[in-house]
Design a protein around this ligand. Structure first.
Ligand code: UGA
Length: 433
């Protein structure tokens, strides 16, 4: 099949590369010329394990191309995937669909006579497909397009694995011919065990939002239970295991930690409640999740204050990891973006190290320094905050690396054993224990 991925962000780039690897002819197109030029040279704009190798392999075998010529790419493809960003609008509530609709208008103007399947892979609010269809059908034959929703469920840092071994593939279309073509496109994944679901377009759009909102709720739930555990001398991990073994609950996404972040959960939870409000439905549970998650960062900051007995000024605080999770360089909605400036403002001297490198956002902030390795980051620390669960942080010999005698560790990812820390006489705090 000849596929065109519009937008080379996480979703477009990863799925484009993986589709090529499955034997399709893929062109990834983006209006960002600089990005396309780099991609042509095999330079990957995001940090994603395994992606670079896969890009190079498929460029070499000729199945993967990068281009900025949208017209040419649309004309030559059978299936067009819209993978542009749908960020939160400046009002902080709904998804900004400007890019989706701009691309739709372009698709409409470039298609003349050959039938195309137009798919939204971007996360879009329910009924967006209807609006896309309306734009495409304006003065054009309805026979020219089939508009489908096919959300992507991949996680950053695990993107390739998630694409190749998805739990499910959701196709939202009521057109049998289109469904057949797409089932065929995904057949290599179906034969490896992925469940294929064909539903209506609106249902497919909502499945994506409801899934992300549910996962965000699950995390927030365990984070609140962790707060109770801290007051009752219980280890929250025992609760996660005890609950997770119930197959109706499941153990995944029950790890307590800092507020959830990233480019999806914060944006999608806001968007689903706004969409529901428009339909006069109050998604009060998800609204509470959003509030609880926002409060969580302040709660953890209060804990830092407690640990340092209210004396933050001039304390050396080291952050190990600043990204919202491991194996990504993505800083979007990471709780460190609030924690670090807040502590720096109170007079703390912050050193941070992240395996994905220095972050522009922190360059502007006084008293915040990037260290090139773990050793130099933690050397003078009064407090080490393990913020992100990178593998690099899982076996640090703190005692030999930190010069200060009474240093404290606040492990926000529960990487280390409290018992072992106690034995080693290290002052240690985790989450929910
Ligand atoms: C999330 C979903 O997991 C994907 O299925 C979805 O495709 C993607 O959003 C998207 O909509 O594009 P992602 O944001 O990459 O993926 O990352 P997650 O692994 O889901 O983590 C999100 C946040 O939850 C992180 O801050 C992470 O630290 C936190 N988290 C996750 C926890 O605090 N506890 C957990 O048990 C799991």
């Amino acid at each position: 099949m000849k596929l065109c991925m519009i937008g080379t962000g996480y979703v477009g780039l990863v799925s484009g590369v993986c589709f090529a690897d499955l034997g399709n002819e893929v062109v990834c197109v983006d209006k960002d010329l600089n990005k396309i030029e780099k991609l042509k040279k095999g330079i990957i704009p995001i940090y994603e394990p395994g992606l670079e190798e896969l890009v190079k392999k498929n460029q070499k075998n000729g199945r993967l191309r990068f281009s900025s010529n949208l017209k040419d790419c649309i004309i030559k493809s059978d299936i067009i995937f819209i993978c542009v960003g749908t960020p939160t609008k400046k009002n902080g509530r709904d998804a900004d669909l400007t890019q989706v609709f701009n691309v739709t208008k372009k698709i409409r103007s470039y298609i003349k006579s050959k039938f195309k399947i137009v798919i939204t892979k971007s996360t879009v609010p329910v009924t967006t497909g209807d609006q896309i269809e309306k734009i495409l059908f304006k003065n054009k034959s309805k026979k020219l397009f089939s508009v489908v929703s096919n959300p992507e469920f991949l996680r950053e840092g695990e993107a390739i694995r998630d694409f190749i071994y998805p739990d499910r593939i959701v196709i939202g279309t009521s057109n049998d011919k289109t469904n057949k073509i797409l089932k065929n496109l995904y057949s290599p994944l179906i034969s490896k065990g992925a469940k294929y679901i064909n539903t209506t377009r609106r249902a497919s759009e909502l499945i994506k939002y409801a899934s992300n909102a549910f996962l965000a709720t699950k995390i927030t739930f365990i984070n609140e239970i962790a707060n109770l555990c801290e007051k009752t001398n219980i280890n929250v991990e025992d609760i996660s295991i005890g609950m997770g073994l119930d197959k109706r609950i499941g153990g995944r996404f029950l790890r307590s930690g800092p507020a959830y972040g990233g480019s999806c959960f914060p944006k999608d939870t806001k968007s689903i409640v706004t969409t529901a409000d428009k339909f006069k439905v109050n998604l009060s549970l998800i609204k509470t999740v959003i509030k609880s998650n926002k409060k969580r960062t302040l709660l953890l900051l209060n804990k830092v204050n407690e640990i340092l007995k209210g004396k933050i000024k001039n304390k050396n605080i080291c952050f190990l990891g600043v990204t919202f999770k491991a194996n990504t360089d993505d800083m979007r909605d990471s709780s460190s973006l609030i924690m670090i400036p807040s502590l720096a403002k109170k007079g703390a001297k912050i050193n941070y190290y992240d395996p994905s490198g220095e972050k522009n956002f922190f360059k502007k902030i006084k008293n915040v320094i990037f260290s090139k390795n773990i050793k130099s980051a933690i050397r003078n620390s009064d407090l080490v905050i393990i913020h992100t669960e990178w593998n690099d942080f899982k076996s640090i010999n703190f005692k030999s690396l930190i010069k200060k005698k009474n240093f404290v560790i606040y492990d926000m990812r529960n990487i280390y054993s409290s018992l072992k820390m106690k034995k080693d006489k290290i002052k240690y705090f985790g989450i929910g224990r």
